[in-house]
Design a protein around this ligand. Structure first.
Ligand code: BDP
Length: 683
C-alpha cells in the first residue's frame, strides 16, 4: 500500500490527539472563534441558542450575530431566515434551528447567503420502543436511555445523557419524542413514572423538544380498576380526562399520546365493539383543551384469510373523515412491516380527509440490527418520492403527508429510534447516520440522501480530525469522503440483494428477524408470522400473487399504479415477487430466467459487502483507531451473514426450482441442512 506523508500525518494526529468513540455524534466542536451575540429577547431556548453558537462558531472571529424575533407570515413556527449574520424567526425555536443550521453550514464548508428554511412537517418525532425495565424492543444499542430496572430515581448521569440527547436532536430539527414503547406498560401513567417523565421533559425543553407518551388502551381497567376500558363509557372518559389533567399539571407543555390499539394482541376499541375512530376521538377530546394531539397507529392486522398487506387500508379507509382534527393516523412506510424493500403503503394519499403521517424505522429490525452498515436514507427517500397519483401526477408520499396537497392542519413524521446506552448511541457508528438522516428528512422531505450522507460524513469524520488546510481537506475528500459516501449510497440495495431481492419479503429467521429463515413455518404458528406465507415457493414458482386474480392488493393503489403492478411485464422488477407468483423459468427484462436473476442478485449483494470491506480498509489512515476497528469488525460479520443469506436462500429455493446456480457464480460454502440445524427456531 502506498502511503503519502499527509496520510501519515493524519494517522499520527488521529492516534495521539483526536481519539473518538463516537459519543459526540456529528456535534464535535473544536476550536470555535469568538463571537458576539445580540438578542432583543430572552428565554430558555434563546439561551440554548446562544450557548450553541458560542461553542461552535466558525465564522469570522469577533463577528456579531443578531437574533431577531418578528412576525413573518412566510415563515412557519420553526422556520427562519439567515442573512448576513442576522437570524430571523417568529419564535425562539426558529432562532435555535437557525443557529444549528448556520453551524452545520460552517462546519461542512457550505457558502452561507440568503437562507430561508421552513420545516416540511410540524411534528418531527422519535418513537422510542423503550420499556420500564430498561429493555428496548428491537433495540440493538444497549438498554434504554430513559428507563432502568423499573427504578424511577433520577441520577446526575441521567440528566447529562438526556441533555446530550436533546441537543443532538435539536441540531437536526427533531422537536418531539415518545419516551416509551408502543407496546405500552400501564405503569407509565402512574404518579411515580410521571415524575421521571417530568425530569426528562425538563432536559428536553430547553432544546425545543416536546415530550409524548405511548399509552395502553386498557389503562382505565388495569390502572384505574374500572370494569371496562370501553371508549364510550362515561367512567372511562372521566378516567382519561382526569389522567390527562394530572399529566398537564406535571408537564404543562406535554405533547400527547401515541397509541397502538387492536393490533398484535394489544387492547383497543375493537375489544368493546368500537372503531379506531371511537377510541382515538375519546383520547383526542381529553387532550384537546391543552393543545395535545393523538398519533393513532394504522399498523393493524389479524390472522384471518385476508392478505395482511391489505388489512390496514381496509380497516382505516372507511374511517376517513371520522377522526378529530387533533388526531393523526400514523402509517408505516410499507403495507407489511419495515421490510428492506416494500412498495409504499396504499393509505398514503388515499385517506384524504384526515391527517396521515409516515412512520419509518430507524432501528434496523429487518436490516441486520446494529451489525449491518445500511444507510436507510435512500430507502426513505424512495418512499417519500414515490408517486401515489392520489391527487394527480406528482402527489408523492412526501406531498400528500406534508400538507402541500391536502390542507391537513396537523403534519408529522415519526422515526422508530435506534438509540440506546451504547457509548456511540446507536450500536454501529454508521447507525448514527440513520438518526441524522431521519431528522434531516423530517425537516426537509425533499433533500437527497447523497447530500445528507455528505453532510454527516463531514461533520462526523472530518470535523473530528480537526485538521485545517485546503490541501489536506481535498485529499480527505477524494480519499475518504467520496468512497465512503458511495458505500453508504449502495448499502441498502446491497442488503436487499443478499436478503430479499426482486420483491421477496419477510423471509427472515423467526422472532429476531436477523438471519435467513425462508423454511420456517411450524404447525400451530400463525401463518402470517411465517416466511412461507410471504414467499409461497413451490415447483410452480415463487412470490405472492396480489394481482386481481390473487389477493387483489394491487387495487388499493391508484391508477396507473394498480394497472402497472397488476401486470408482471410492467411491474417494476424490484417489486415483482411482492405482487406476483412467477414461474422459475419466467423470462426477465435481462433475457435471463427468474431463477438466474435471483441467483445473480444474491451473488451481487455478497460481492457488494465484500467490496465495502475493501473500501473501509483503505480509508484507515483517515479514521481514528476506535471507530475504524469497530466498523471493520462489523463489516466482517456482515459479510459472513450475507454469505449465509445467499447460501440459505439459494439452496432452499433450489429445492423448488431444480435449476443450477449459474456456473460462473461462487458456489455455496454452507450446507442447507446445517444452516437449518443451527437455526434455533427451526428445532
Ligand atoms: C414489528 C415489531 C414489533 C413491534 C411492531 C409494531 O416486530 O416488535 O411491536 O412492529 O410496530 O415490526 O408495533
Amino acid at each position: 500500500m502506498k502511503i503519502s506523508y499527509l496520510s501519515i500525518l493524519f494517522m499520527l494526529l488521529n492516534t495521539f490527539t483526536f481519539a473518538q468513540d463516537g459519543h459526540d455524534l456529528w456535534l464535535y466542536r473544536y476550536n470555535p472563534n469568538p463571537v458576539k451575540i445580540l438578542s432583543s429577547h430572552h428565554s430558555v431556548i434563546l439561551a440554548t441558542a446562544k450557548q450553541e453558537l458560542t461553542q461552535g462558531w466558525k465564522g469570522n472571529p469577533n463577528a456579531t450575530v443578531k437574533f431577531v424575533l418578528k412576525k413573518d407570515k412566510s415563515l412557519a413556527a420553526d422556520g427562519f431566515t439567515i442573512n448576513s449574520n442576522v437570524i430571523t424567526a417568529n419564535t425562539d425555536k426558529g432562532i435555535l434551528y437557525g443557529v444549528f443550521d448556520l453551524l452545520r453550514r460552517q462546519n461542512t464548508g457550505e457558502t452561507i447567503s440568503d437562507i430561508k428554511e421552513n420545516p416540511s412537517y410540524q411534528v418531527r418525532i422519535l418513537n422510542h420502543w423503550d420499556n420500564p425495565d430498561g429493555s428496548v424492543e428491537r433495540g440493538y444499542a444497549g438498554n434504554s436511555i430513559f428507563w432502568r430496572n423499573n427504578d424511577v430515581n433520577v441520577t446526575e448521569n441521567d440528566l447529562k445523557l438526556w441533555k446530550e440527547y436533546a441537543r443532538a436532536n435539536a441540531s437536526i430539527g427533531i422537536n418531539a419524542a415518545v419516551l416509551n414503547n408502543v407496546n405500552a406498560s400501564p405503569l407509565i401513567l402512574t404518579p411515580e413514572y410521571l415524575q421521571r417523565v417530568k425530569a426528562i421533559a425538563a432536559q428536553l425543553r430547553p432544546y425545543g423538544i416536546k415530550t409524548y407518551l405511548s399509552v395502553k388502551f386498557s389503562s382505565p381497567a388495569l390502572l384505574g380498576k374500572l370494569k371496562t376500558s370501553d371508549p364510550l363509557n362515561p367512567e372511562v372518559i372521566r378516567w382519561w380526562n382526569e389522567k390527562v389533567k394530572k399529566i398537564y399539571t406535571v408537564i404543562p407543555d406535554f405533547g400527547g399520546f401515541l397509541v397502538k390499539a387492536s393490533s398484535e394482541g394489544q387492547p383497543g376499541p375493537q375489544d368493546f365493539g368500537r372503531t379506531h375512530a371511537d377510541g382515538a376521538n375519546m383520547l383526542a377530546d381529553a387532550v384537546k383543551p391543552y393543545g395535545g394531539i393523538i398519533m393513532w397507529r394504522a399498523f393493524v392486522y389479524s390472522p384471518h384469510d385476508m392478505d395482511r398487506a391489505k388489512q390496514a387500508y381496509n380497516e382505516f379507509m372507511p374511517l376517513d373523515g371520522k377522526f378529530r382534527s387533533n388526531v393523526i393516523v400514523q402509517v408505516k412506510n410499507g403495507p407489511i412491516d419495515f421490510q428492506p424493500r416494500e412498495p409504499f403503503s396504499p393509505l398514503f394519499g388515499a385517506m384524504k380527509k384526515n391527517a396521515v403521517m409516515p412512520e419509518f424505522q430507524i432501528t434496523q429490525e429487518y436490516l441486520g440490527h446494529s451489525v449491518y452498515l445500511v444507510y436507510l436514507s435512500t430507502m426513505w427517500e424512495e418512499c417519500l418520492k414515490a408517486d401515489t397519483y392520489q391527487a394527480g401526477k406528482g402527489s408523492t408520499v412526501a406531498k400528500v403527508t406534508d400538507g402541500s396537497v391536502f390542507k391537513q392542519a396537523l403534519t408529522a413524521i415519526a422515526g422508530v429510534s435506534n438509540i440506546g446506552l451504547d457509548t456511540n448511541w446507536t450500536g454501529h457508528q454508521f447507525g448514527q447516520a440513520n438518526w441524522y438522516a431521519f431528522g434531516r428528512l423530517a425537516w426537509n422531505n425533499n433533500l437527497s440522501s447523497e447530500q445528507i450522507a455528505d453532510e454527516w460524513l463531514k461533520l462526523t469524520f472530518y470535523n473530528s480530525l480537526s485538521i485545517a488546510g485546503k490541501e489536506k481537506k481535498q485529499e480527505w475528500e477524494s480519499k475518504f469522503l467520496a468512497p465512503v459516501k458511495q458505500m453508504m449510497m449502495d448499502s441498502r440495495e446491497a442488503a436487499v440483494n443478499y436478503m430479499t431481492p426482486l420483491g421477496l419479503h419477510h423471509i427472515m429467521a423467526a422472532n429476531e428477524h436477523y438471519g435467513p429463515g425462508p423454511w420456517w413455518g411450524p404447525k400451530g404458528v400463525r401463518a402470517d408470522w411465517t416466511p412461507l406465507y410471504y414467499h409461497k415457493a413451490g415447483e410452480d414458482g415463487v412470490g405472492f400473487d396480489r394481482t386481481h386474480k390473487g389477493s387483489d392488493a394491487v387495487s388499493q393503489y391508484h391508477e396507473p399504479l394498480a394497472g402497472q403492478y397488476n401486470d408482471p411485464k410492467t411491474c417494476p422488477e424490484e417489486l415483482l415477487l411482492w405482487f406476483h407468483h412467477i414461474p422459475w423459468n419466467y423470462q426477465m427484462k435481462s433475457g435471463k430466467t427468474l431463477w438466474n436473476e435471483l441467483c445473480l442478485h444474491y451473488d451481487k449483494g455478497v460481492s457488494q459487502v465484500r467490496n465495502f470491506q475493501k473500501v473501509w480498509d483503505e480509508v484507515e489512515p483517515y479514521v481514528d483507531q476506535t471507530r475504524f476497528t469497530e466498523v471493520q469488525r462489523k463489516l466482517r460479520k456482515q459479510a459472513t451473514n450475507a454469505i449465509l443469506w445467499k447460501d440459505a436462500c439459494l439452496l432452499y429455493f433450489q429445492k423448488f426450482s431444480h435449476m443450477p446456480i449459474p456456473y460462473d457464480l461462487e458456489r455455496p460454502v454452507n450446507n442447507l441442512d446445517e444452516i437449518i440445524a443451527n437455526d434455533k427456531y427451526s428445532k
